[in-house]
Write a protein that binds this ligand. Structure first.
Ligand SMILES: Cc1ncc(COP(=O)(O)O)c(C=O)c1O
Length: 440
């Protein structure tokens, strides 16, 4: 019997076929986005859209104004330095001192075309620094595009789902990979996209100490900087600081995105921060590809030069102006993005009240924070099935299976695009789903 659902199943099926999606659970974020655009257009019914991690807030005005000023001064005509304009490099260095409590020379702070390019440049350089080490290790679940970067680069990677390896268990698991000798770097995001788990100090210490022992570089993706709202990381120069592996190793690259923290995704301006130690390290094997064997110089004058010769001139002034205000305590970026955490708290309750379960629910023994993403499941469904079924109820998300998660029952929800005014609708649709799929 056909169920009375907000979106007719036939319409959904037709568009899935038209989009040539053979398995909805394997569809990329952008494929799901396109599919929902089509279904919304045909049916005129708005979905609760939770598939894509775009900022749901306006851009930070300080940046917009500074960019306009810079454009009026004529910077659009001029190539910026490959490694960034001095004003921005200076503010990034101050930012990491004030919000992470680490010392990094401004010269080692490099703007990139989004944090996405920072990752790409990092992998390209890291995989070439030592011919005995050709593999990246991902601590998953993770952002699928980083794996896509490896695929297009033809680079090797290994991965494991950290779900069963939190706390002390992380040590043996990581070491089992490092011992093999082929891992040049490790990447994870913290807070984590998609699960919103956050590593605690013990876990960061384990990662940092093993990085020292095995000379592995840690690429720490801080795309959601300061957004574990259980602690207040908003005060410059005052503890608590955003946790980072940089307190436990000198072998790191930090990727800091301006997309979510400053709602600045459109300008594609990210920051790559290379530790003083790693920047100056010499790797003779780099000379196979670069004119310098110094890691930081190979990164700037080899990789970043080859990729895009730096990044948008005006956006650099925009972010420099934002960071200056943030660093001097006049602009509290954390306060603004707290809205995501508040929405997540309400939305998670709507799901759990209707039979859904949170998949990644704890940081060791502490309940997970409310933030940009959360993960959920429904008894009796795989993630792929659940994703497909929820489309009939006008709810879209992505399956955890494309994130390297081994929790195949799970789905990732992003809260940013769901407006508070849609909560009653979300509740109604979840209730209907629950009614149609009673739990015994
Ligand atoms: C974990 C993670 N890393 C990197 C990025 C990309 O950041 P950017 O927009 O700065 O390229 C995202 C964006 O969603 C992300 O979730």
């Amino acid at each position: 019997m056909t169920k009375d659902t907000p979106i007719q199943a036939e319409v959904v099926k037709k568009h899935i076929a038209d989009c040539r999606i053979t398995n909805i659970g394997r569809a990329s974020i952008r494929e799901i986005k396109r599919l929902i655009d089509y279904i919304e257009k045909e049916t005129g019914t708005k979905f609760i859209r939770m598939e894509m991690g775009v900022p749901g807030l306006p851009p930070t005005q300080i940046g917009v104004d500074a960019e306009i000023e810079a454009l009026k001064r004529g910077v659009a005509a001029i190539y910026p330095d490959i490694d960034g304009v001095p004003a921005l490099k200076q503010e990034i260095s101050r930012f990491v001192k004030l919000f992470l409590n680490i010392d990094v020379d401004p010269y080692h702070c490099i703007p990139t075309v989004g944090s996405m390019q920072g990752g790409f440049a990092a992998f390209m350089t890291l995989a070439r620094k030592d011919q005995t080490k050709d593999t990246t290790l991902f601590i998953d679940p993770g952002f699928p595009v980083h794996k896509q970067q490896h695929k297009v680069l033809g680079q090797k990677f290994e991965t494991f789902d950290v779900y069963d390896y939190r706390g002390d268990k992380l040590k043996d698991k990581l070491e089992s990979y490092f011992k093999k000798g082929n891992i040049h770097s490790v990447l994870y995001s913290n807070p984590n996209n998609p699960s919103w788990i956050c590593f605690n100090e013990k876990e960061l210490q384990i990662i940092g100490e093993l990085a020292n022992k095995y000379d592995v570089v840690i690429v720490e993706d801080l795309a959601y900087f300061g957004m574990d709202f259980r602690k207040d990381y908003s005060k410059p120069g005052q503890p608590p600081y955003q946790p980072t592996v940089a307190h436990y190793t000198n072998n790191y690259i930090l990727l800091i995105s301006s997309s979510k923290a400053f709602s600045y995704a459109g300008q594609r301006l990210g920051m790559m921060v290379i530790s003083n130690n790693l920047f100056n390290k010499q790797y003779p094997d780099l000379l196979r590809f670069f004119s310098s064997d110094i890691f930081g110089r190979a990164m700037i004058f080899g990789t970043v030069y080859a990729l895009s010769s730096g990044t948008s001139h005006s956006a650099q002034y925009g972010i420099a102006a934002i960071l200056k205000e943030v660093n001097e305590g006049r602009y509290d970026f954390v306060e603004i993005v707290k809205e995501y955490g508040e929405k997540a708290k309400i939305m998670k309750k709507l799901f759990t009240d209707n039979g859904f379960r949170i998949v990644y629910d704890k940081d060791e023994d502490v309940p997970i924070a409310d933030g940009f993403y959360f993960t959920f499941s429904y008894p009796g469904f795989t993630g792929d099935q659940l994703l497909g079924e929820l489309l009939y109820y006008g709810i879209s998300a992505i399956a955890l299976s494309i994130t390297g998660s081994e929790r195949h029952e799970g789905i990732r929800a992003c809260v940013s695009l769901v407006h508070r005014s849609q909560f009653p609708e979300l509740e109604e649709r979840l209730k209907k789903f629950h009614e149609h799929h009673p739990l015994t």
